[in-house]
Ligand binder design. Structure first.
Ligand SMILES: [Zn+2]
Length: 450
């Protein structure tokens, strides 16, 4: 497979990716709403689209790929969080944006080509809203401006829903101000104490969907290649982005390929705030390194649900330990053969199994394979730190001294000699808890940082 294939949510089919212009390949991914620290579910989208960016760069060259990921820094959730936490909005969004960038670095995500903030583009959002009103595709009602869904004939195509069913299901916000329950807000009034901008409809702020339409068009143009996001964004967010952009530009073309990543569950339960089972990226990377978290997120193909649990992380941690024994700064220049697995709708599980094969071949002394293995690891954002740095990192997580570890192992040996296996097991468990792995081999005990 030499061409990139992606499952396009618009058609529900795996399609060959043909960029509009191979000299300027374009990717837009919905970025974070900066009201709370990102969790593992957010991290999945982050890493999946970082991987897609890396694949495009490998295929077309860094200068020819434009990756835009926005920051939503004005939203009802942000206003609510600032009230709850009693801090002002810009302090909150600055802090969460800073944490988000730190998490991106920890997960070894490349910087996008552009990272526009919604609040820097309000003027353009007002203009788009005005033009939609002029086209009779939007209307003002009680200080709000709504997009009229009836003005767009293809509404529901992406999410495969028909507007009639949607109304019956009414998973949409019902308001007396709307002409139709499916109509969605482009502009809403702001309370005096809330952030707001002057507009022809009074002081207010933009709706979330509008933000992405404006920023994607500004940096990538009316018609661009790939739009990505989590599965939960298909409806209504992406459906609404398509409707307002297509009507605004009088075209039926917006993004040509829509790529959506699957959900993350926690021990088979949906990860959600109300269930209280959310793990932030910061928490996850306290226990395991960013590379382990990254590899865990890539261990399942991006469209499939991913279950987050300790076994997964422990397993990936062991894999990276093993792979690091073949770490080298010498990296082959050519694209590894296994890249074809990534071209096949980012089949990361198969790619990872090919990495295991390459590892074995390099272990048997084949230096070309070792270079290829090192290149293949870097391609998916692994091996970003040297073997020494990784060892230091693991050591830094452990509080127990080397002398103490050795004395515990000695006591364990003694216990085993007198047949007190219960005590021996207890000592092993204690060491495990401290972040130390021990191995019994040929009558000798060796230890390592977990
Ligand atoms: Zn968006």
């Amino acid at each position: 497979m030499n061409d990139l294939h992606l499952t396009n949510s618009l058609t529900n089919k795996k399609e060959i990716f043909n960029p509009i212009n191979p000299e300027k390949v374009s990717l837009y991914a919905c970025g974070p709403t900066v009201y709370d620290n990102p969790h593992v579910g957010n991290a999945r989208a982050l890493v999946v689209f970082d991987l897609l960016f890396r694949i495009l760069v490998e295929l077309y060259g860094k200068k020819k790929v434009m990756y835009v990921r926005n920051i939503t820094d004005i939203d009802d959730k942000i206003i609510q969080a600032s009230k709850d936490k009693k801090i002002n909005i810009s302090d909150l969004t600055d802090e969460i944006t800073k944490n988000f960038h730190k998490d991106c670095e920890t997960l070894f995500c490349l910087k996008p080509s552009k990272e526009p903030k919604a609040t820097d583009h309000v003027e353009e959002m007002i203009k788009m809203t005005e033009k939609l009103i002029n086209k009779k595709a939007a209307y003002e009602s009680g200080g709000h401006v709504y997009f009229s869904v009836a003005s767009f004939k293809n509404y529901g195509k992406l999410s495969n829903k028909n507007p009639g069913d949607l109304k019956a299901g009414a998973r949409v916000e019902v308001s007396k101000l709307k002409k139709d329950p499916l109509d969605f807000v482009l502009w809403k009034p702001s309370e005096k104490s809330d952030p707001g901008w002057d507009s022809p409809w009074g002081r207010g702020r933009p709706g979330w969907h509008l933000e992405c339409s404006v920023m994607s068009e500004k940096y990538l143009g009316i018609n661009f290649d790939i739009h990505g996001g989590g599965l939960d964004l298909i409806f209504p967010h992406h459906e609404n982005e398509i409707a307002q952009s297509c009507v605004y530009n009088e075209t039926d073309k917006f993004a040509n390929y829509w790529v959506h990543n699957g959900f993350v569950t926690m021990n088979k339960e949906k990860m959600s705030k109300s269930l209280g089972n959310i793990t932030t990226i910061e928490d996850a990377t306290k226990k395991y390194s960013g590379q382990v978290v990254r590899l865990s997120l890539l261990s399942t193909q991006y469209k499939q649900p991913l279950d987050w649990n300790n076994e997964l992380l422990t397993e990936q941690s062991k894999t990276l330990d093993k792979w690091y024994s073949m770490y080298s700064s010498e990296v082959s220049e050519k694209t590894p053969d296994c890249f074809r697995e990534l071209l096949d709708d980012m089949n990361t599980p198969l790619y990872i199994s090919k990495l295991h094969e390459l590892f074995q071949q390099s272990q048997s002394g084949n230096t070309d394979k070792k270079k290829e293995f090192n290149k293949a690891c870097r391609l998916i954002g692994l091996f970003n730190e040297t073997a020494e740095k990784r060892a230091d990192y693991k050591k830094s997580k452990v509080k127990i001294s080397e002398a103490k570890i050795l004395s515990k192992i000695k006591n364990r040996d003694k216990a085993k000699k007198i047949g007190d296996y219960k005590l021996a097991d207890e000592i092993r468990d204690e060491l495990n808890k401290e972040g130390i792995d021990i191995k019994d081999e040929k009558g000798k005990t060796t230890w390592n940082y977990k």
